[in-house]
Design a protein around this ligand. Structure first.
Ligand SMILES: [Zn+2]
Length: 246
């Protein structure tokens, strides 16, 4: 349906529609829900220090997660991986590999559904069960939670907090799952990044057939650029602790 609408729209609108599809959750949600709710959600950190947090969603993925891990290892860069519970179950060795490094593990639900459309019990199950799987497989707790597709509501935030987690989105999202081209992913990130940014990227996807090669290429360039600009990379928890946000 979305694709049909996209084809029927004239080019200028088509472009806007495309942007809207990607940004709807991450950019608009905070403004829509108002300052009181926005304070409960971590999306960036106010700081003048040149620090950023890279984050990767939807993994572990058998092909792309190792590529990203190798790249991060090579540059000694910590990142935060928001893992999908059922992917952790399918690829426990990879999840342990992430945990062995200097990386942080976050919770990205069990089955990557749009949470605002689920009943309370189902949402709690998606969060709690994923937390248990991550703990069993990696020995780590995962108190940071990123809602799939960045979609949330006040009810979702309440339930996430009841499960003992903190909602984390980000302020730099190049919409890499749409595969806009590797240079575009790179440019969108470097145009928007600032001290205290949380960058959202994807090492995995809903199926094992997703192609994240554009993201992998862009990450290498992003790292090179930010290093040249004297940025330091930290996990999201470390970023948040800079000004007591956690
Ligand atoms: Zn996701």
């Amino acid at each position: 349906m979305a694709n049909l609408a996209f084809k029927l729209l004239p080019p200028r609108h088509a472009e806007r529609w495309h942007a809207f599809k990607g940004d709807v959750s991450y950019a608009i949600a905070l403004e829509r829900f108002g300052p009181r709710l926005a304070r409960r959600i971590l999306w960036r950190v106010e700081t003048t220090e040149k620090v950023v947090a890279l984050s990767f969603d939807d993994g572990p993925h058998p092909h792309h997660t190792p590529e990203i891990l190798n790249l991060l290892d090579e540059h000694q860069i910590p990142a935060t991986f928001f893992l999908v519970g059922r992917h952790v179950r399918q690829h426990p060795v990879l999840a342990r590999h992430i945990a062995r490094g200097m990386h942080e593990i976050g919770n990205h639900t069990l089955s990557h559904r749009m949470l605002p459309f689920l009943r309370d019990e189902r949402i709690v199950h998606e969060i709690r069960h994923t937390g248990e799987i991550i703990r069993e497989v990696t020995g780590r707790t995962a108190p940071l939670f990123r809602p799939p597709m960045g979609l949330f509501s006040k009810r979702v935030v309440d339930l996430v907090e009841q499960c003992g987690c903190k909602v984390v989105i980000g302020d730099v999202y190049p919409r890499d799952p749409q595969r806009p081209g590797r240079e575009k992913i790179y440019r969108r990130v470097i145009n928007r990044v600032q001290p205290g940014s949380i960058i959202i990227l994807h090492d995995g996807g809903n199926t094992r057939h997703v192609d994240r090669s554009q993201t992998v290429w862009a990450v290498r360039q992003i790292v090179r650029y930010l290093r040249q600009e004297n940025y330091r990379f930290v996990t999201i928890s470390n970023l948040a602790s800079l000004n007591g946000k956690l």
